[in-house]
Design a protein around this ligand. Structure first.
Ligand code: WT7
Length: 647
């Protein structure tokens, strides 16, 4: 049975894929001149876009103000984000805003219309107010993929509270650190969620995380029917039902902080990336319009969790800003069978599908009957994000999921950039495997050497962004000005340092990956330092180093080298330390393997030579041994690795 016929949105010409005439007819943006037009006056370009795409209470006085390392978009402008996502679509109250697919197949998907969403967001905004939340307060959200997550986030934006969403698979310790940084008085969480057929408890982690913190009230979504008792706890849906049905939207300054989202930095402590209101909204709206070509009648499915920026911008906010329908799915990608995702696409007639290379690589390994059985002719555009995608996976995605008819848009961006920044537009092309594309109109990236000088065309260098900085860019690191300066503004003069490497291929940007010690593990961002800190905290550990190792599905996995305070390592201690990482950060950070060694290779000044460990792992000859104070350690480590081969 071959069902993935559908409309052909792509044609092959001169060995490259381009938008077909049909695509050009339906798509929002087809004019290649848009790049030059935007480059002539980027500020005016974004001002025009912001005016056209968003609803403002008051227009700004100045489009862009820059005083590095800070800059503001639409200064003096006033708007409310929830009004832009919900109220202004009330001319079509019955259009579906959100489709929620629960994991258990016996539960039916739930559809929430814009009218219903309006009602719920207003009510929950009142719940927050009744519980003392004020404009500018931080609200922590620790929720799985349930509709209440979207309602809670939007309700915060309605009253001008700052949301700080923490990924539900993070541990109690990780949640606590984030709550403490933001000093939240309210935590919104759930009793649990379903993952691979089992109810996964969340509430115990939430309870533990809030001990001895500023949190006074915990609002709990009842998802798995667990009884939660105590004065501190409120039931999400009960409170929502009781609340008044209108909440006047708080008019915010464009540059007011809308949310914080923590991400791994180069040290052990996660950074609270600050995003504003108007600039973020403008970039979210227009990237959805032009990259994903969202029309109000479209259904978009971005598989990212709301705990990450991709979930914020493309599973929630972007599609709603454009008035389209967004789908979110609670559970595991291959539950109850590897056909689950493709069946969701079929049953909900998904038009735009956005996922990570790591998921694509996972599905490449399963029997293709699960895919061939599904009718995915509704698809028009496919997207990827999070890490470089290799040619084989790109082609598989293009052919198997897109039926060779849909462009694959490889979007480069970061938690810090708020929305996508480098990719090919579907109405313009070309779609080239492994190549991300051009800077979004009105933004500019350059490839430079470590002094900031442009590299010769085609040579690999550092990817930097030039002024005026994109409207969705971060506006600082929460409570940490120094970190903000040091991480993004120190390396180059007047340019934002992305920490990625890249080169130009026929005028298009190809990303080569991080140039710092950030790993991408199954698309998740993790630093070696963060993991080393966590392992180091364990009382058995004397010293440790973590390095990434290439992995067929996950892209990279962290490998730990541990020197114990006393005694030898064992399978039991390895398991213990892995569980310890689960507790400190969460299972996404769990090392793939822990090697117990006598000594780490170090320089005379005590610096750990991770480069050498990396080489040993991939069976390469390690270089620079003469700088080591303990060159003997290298041979011994190699023996340990060899002895563990195959385990
Ligand atoms: C890092 C940012 C923002 C979306 C999710 C990741 C890598 C992201 C691509 C891409 C190659 C990519 C970069 C970047 N990355 N997209 N299309 N091709 N690499 O956000 O967790 O903040 O990670 O992800 O290395 O710096 P994040």
């Amino acid at each position: 049975m071959k069902k993935n016929k559908g409309i052909r949105y792509v044609v092959k010409k001169d060995g490259k894929f381009w938008p077909s005439d049909v695509m050009k007819k339906v798509v929002n943006m087809t004019d290649e001149r848009i790049y030059d037009k935007a480059a002539k006056n980027p500020v005016k370009f974004w001002e025009d876009l912001a005016r056209e795409g968003l609803t403002w209470e008051k227009e700004w006085d100045k489009g862009y103000v820059e005083k590095l390392p800070y800059f503001k978009w639409f200064e003096g402008g006033k708007l409310n984000f929830s009004v832009n996502c919900v109220d202004r679509h009330l001319s079509h109250p019955d259009r579906v805003a959100l489709i929620w697919v629960p994991e258990p197949t016996k539960e039916k998907p739930i559809k929430i219309t814009y009218g219903e969403l309006y009602n719920k967001v207003n009510k929950f905004a009142n719940v927050l107010k009744e519980n003392g939340v004020k404009r500018g307060d931080v609200v922590s959200i620790y929720l799985p993929m349930v509709p209440q997550a979207l309602i809670a986030m939007l309700a915060c934006t309605r009253i001008g509270a700052i949301h700080s969403v923490v990924f539900s698979a993070f541990s109690a310790d990780a949640l606590k650190a984030r709550i403490q940084d933001g000093k939240a008085k309210i935590l919104i969480t759930a009793d649990g969620y379903y993952r691979r057929g089992e109810p996964e408890k969340l509430i115990d982690k939430a309870k533990k995380a809030t001990e001895k913190t500023t949190v006074k009230k915990i609002i709990v979504v009842n998802r798995i029917g667990k009884k939660v008792k105590g004065k501190k706890f409120l039931d999400f849906d009960t409170e929502l039902e009781k609340a008044d049905s209108y909440c006047k939207p708080e008019m915010m300054n464009s540059e007011d902080t809308m949310f914080i989202l923590y991400t791994s930095g180069t040290t052990g402590k996660p950074k609270g990336v600050i995003h504003d209101t108007g600039g973020y909204a403008a970039q979210s709206y227009w990237t959805c319009k032009w990259n994903f070509d969202l029309h109000p009648e479209d259904v978009m499915w971005c598989t990212a969790d709301i705990g990450w920026i991709t979930g914020h911008t493309y599973a929630m906010y972007g599609p709603l800003l454009t008035g389209a329908t967004t789908l979110i799915y609670e559970g595991g990608p291959d539950y109850p069978d590897p056909g689950r995702w493709w069946k969701i696409i079929q049953d909900n007639k998904i038009n735009v599908f956005y996922t990570a290379p790591t998921a694509i690589r996972m599905f490449m390994g399963v029997d293709s009957k699960w895919i061939n059985e599904c009718d995915m002719s509704s698809l028009r555009i496919l997207g990827t994000v999070g890490e470089p995608i290799d040619e084989k996976s790109w082609m598989w995605y293009f052919n198997k999921i897109g039926g060779g008819r849909c462009p694959v848009i490889d979007t480069w961006w970061q938690t810090e950039t708020g929305g996508t920044l480098i990719n090919v537009l579907p109405g313009i092309g070309p779609f080239v495997p492994t190549v991300s594309g051009k800077s979004f109109p009105g933004t500019e990236h350059v490839i430079v050497d470590n002094k900031g000088k442009p590299m010769p065309k085609g040579r690999q260098g550092f990817l930097a962004q030039k002024s005026p900085f994109a409207p969705g860019m971060l506006h600082g690191v929460y409570n940490n000005h120094e970190k903000y300066v040091e991480t993004y503004w120190k390396k180059f003069k007047k340019m934002y340092d992305t920490s990625d490497g890249a080169y130009l291929q026929n005028g298009l940007i190809r990303i080569t990956g991080r140039t710092d010690d950030v790993m991408k593990v199954a698309g998740h961002r993790l630093t070696t330092a963060e993991l080393e800190n966590a392992i180091h905290d364990n009382k058995l550990v004397g010293d440790c180093a973590v390095v990434p190792m290439p992995h067929k599905i996950k892209g990279q996995v962290p490998i730990a080298f541990v020197v114990l305070k006393k005694g030898n390592g064992s399978k039991k201690i390895e398991k213990k330390l892995k569980e310890y990482v689960d507790m400190k950060i969460g299972p996404t950070a769990r090392p793939g393997k822990i090697f117990f060694i006598e000594d780490l290779p170090k320089t005379r000044s005590g610096k750990i030579m991770r480069r050498i460990l990396k080489a040993l792992l991939i069976d390469e000859e390690p270089q620079g041994l003469m700088t080591l104070i303990n060159p003997d350690s290298v041979g011994k480590i190699k023996d340990v690795i060899n002895a563990n081969k195959g385990s």
